[in-house]
Write a protein that binds this ligand. Structure first.
Ligand SMILES: Nc1nc2c(ncn2[C@@H]2O[C@H](COP(=O)(O)OP(=O)(O)OP(=O)(O)O)[C@@H](O)[C@H]2O)c(=O)[nH]1
Ligand SMILES: [Mg+2]
Length: 324
C-alpha cells in the first residue's frame, strides 16, 4: 500500500493526513491501520499526565531535546492541549515545540478532544501506531490528568509519568487513586517552588503504604525533581536524570519480561474499542437515523418499559442480523 510505504519512510504529510482522518472517524483511514498494525511494536511509548498547567508540554519539549542528544527519534502526541488553565495552549505548544520544527527526527501532533465516547482514545491509540511505524524510537503522549481519558491513554504506554507540582494544597488527596497506581515515575515539576519537599514526602508516604505487589518486579516508582524551566542549567540536568530514568524503566520492563503484559493491556483496550466502534456505534447510529431512539426514550419516560428490555430487544434484532 502506497500510503503505508510513505509512512514507513517517515512522510510527515501522509502521517498527518491519516491522523486527521482517523480523528474524523473515516472508515477508509481505519482500513489503512489494518496494514499499519502488523508493523507496530518497535517504539517505546511514554505516557505523561498531570493537572492542567503543570508544565507538561515544557517538560516534553525538554525530553525531546534530551532524547535527540542521544540520537533517538521522537514522536509527540499532545492530547486535549486546550485547558482552561492556560487557555489556547495549542498555539503555546506549537511555539514551545517550534525549535524542533525543522528537525526531521521529531514529529509533533496535537489531537483535539471530541468528547465522543471512545472516539478520542481510539484516535490516540492509532496515532501512536502511526508514529511507531514512522520509525520514531520514542513516542511521548501528553494528556491532561482529568477524567477517564488519561487512564485510557496510559493503557497504551510502556512507561507512565505522573507530573505533580508543589503548592497546590493537598495535591495527593486530589489525585485519584487510579492515577497514582499507574505511575511508573513521579515528576515533581517546577521544583523551585515552595512545598516541593513536602510533596516529595507525601508521595514517599503514599508509596510506603502501597502493598509490595503494587510494584511490578520490584520497580518502586522513583520521584524525579525537575528544576525551574526558566533556568536552563538546572532544568537541563533534571531532564537528563529524567530521560535516564525513563530508559532505566524500559530496561526493567525488558529484563523482567514485562513488555508482554503492557502489550496485552493495550491489546485488550484496542479490541474493546474496536468492537465498540464496529458493533455498538453502527447500531446506535441506525436507531438515531431511523428515529427509533426517540420512541424508545418516550417509552421510558412514560414507564411503559425499562432500558434492559429495550436493549435486549435491540440486541436480539441486530445480533440475529449479524449471525444470519
Ligand atoms: N515557574 C515555573 N513555570 C513553569 C515551569 N515550567 C512551565 N512553566 C510555565 O507554566 C505554564 C504552563 O506550562 P505548560 O508546559 O504549557 O503546561 P501544560 O501542563 O502542558 O499545560 P496544559 O497542556 O495546558 O495542561 C507556562 O506558562 C510555562 O511557562 C517551571 O519549571 N517553573
Ligand atoms: Mg500542554
Amino acid at each position: 500500500m502506497e500510503k503505508v510505504k510513505k509512512i514507513r519512510g517517515g512522510d510527515v504529510r501522509t502521517a498527518s493526513r491519516l491522523i486527521r482522518n482517523l480523528e474524523d472517524g473515516m472508515i477508509e483511514a481505519r482500513s489503512t491501520i489494518k496494514h499499519i498494525f502488523p508493523l507496530t511494536g518497535r517504539a517505546h511509548v511514554i505516557g505523561l499526565t498531570g493537572s492542567p498547567g503543570a508544565g507538561k508540554s515544557t517538560l516534553v519539549d525538554g525530553l525531546v531535546e534530551s532524547f535527540r542528544k542521544k540520537e533517538k527519534t521522537v514522536g509527540v502526541l499532545a492530547v486535549d492541549p486546550t485547558s482552561p488553565f492556560t487557555g489556547g495552549a495549542i498555539l503555546g505548544d506549537r511555539i514551545r515545540m517550534q525549535r524542533h520544527a525543522e528537525d526531521p527526527g521529531v514529529f509533533v501532533r496535537s489531537l483535539a478532544t471530541r468528547g465522543a465516547l471512545g472516539g478520542l482514545a481510539k484516535a490516540v491509540g492509532d496515532a501512536i501506531h502511526i508514529l511507531d511505524v514512522m520509525g520514531k524510537d520514542k513516542v511521548i503522549v501528553e494528556t491532561v490528568g482529568t477524567g477517564q481519558q488519561e487512564v485510557d491513554i496510559i493503557n497504551h504506554s510502556h512507561t507512565v509519568l505522573v507530573v505533580l507540582i508543589p503548592g497546590m494544597g493537598d495535591e495527593i488527596q486530589a489525585i485519584k487513586a487510579g492515577i497514582m497506581e499507574i505511575a511508573d515515575i513521579f515528576v515533581i515539576n517546577k521544583a523551585d517552588r515552595e512545598g516541593s519537599s513536602k510533596l516529595r514526602r507525601e508521595i514517599m508516604a503514599m508509596l510506603d503504604m502501597a502493598p509490595p505487589e503494587t510494584f511490578a518486579a520490584g520497580w518502586r516508582p522513583p520521584i524525579i525533581r525537575v528544576e525551574n524551566a526558566f533556568e536552563p542549567d538546572g532544568f537541563g540536568k533534571s531532564l537528563e536524570e529524567l530521560s535516564a530514568t525513563i530508559e532505566k524503566h524500559y530496561q526493567h520492563l525488558v529484563q523482567h519480561n514485562l513488555i508482554g503484559s503492557r502489550v496485552r493491556r493495550k491489546a485488550v483496550v484496542e479490541l474493546n474499542e474496536a468492537i465498540r466502534n464496529s458493533v455498538l456505534e453502527p447500531v446506535l447510529n441506525r436507531l438515531v437515523q431511523n428515529g427509533e431512539i426517540e420512541g424508545m426514550i418516550q417509552k421510558l419516560i412514560n414507564k411503559e418499559t425499562d432500558p434492559y428490555t429495550l436493549a435486549e430487544d435491540v440486541a436480539r434484532r441486530y445480533l440475529k442480523e449479524c449471525s444470519g
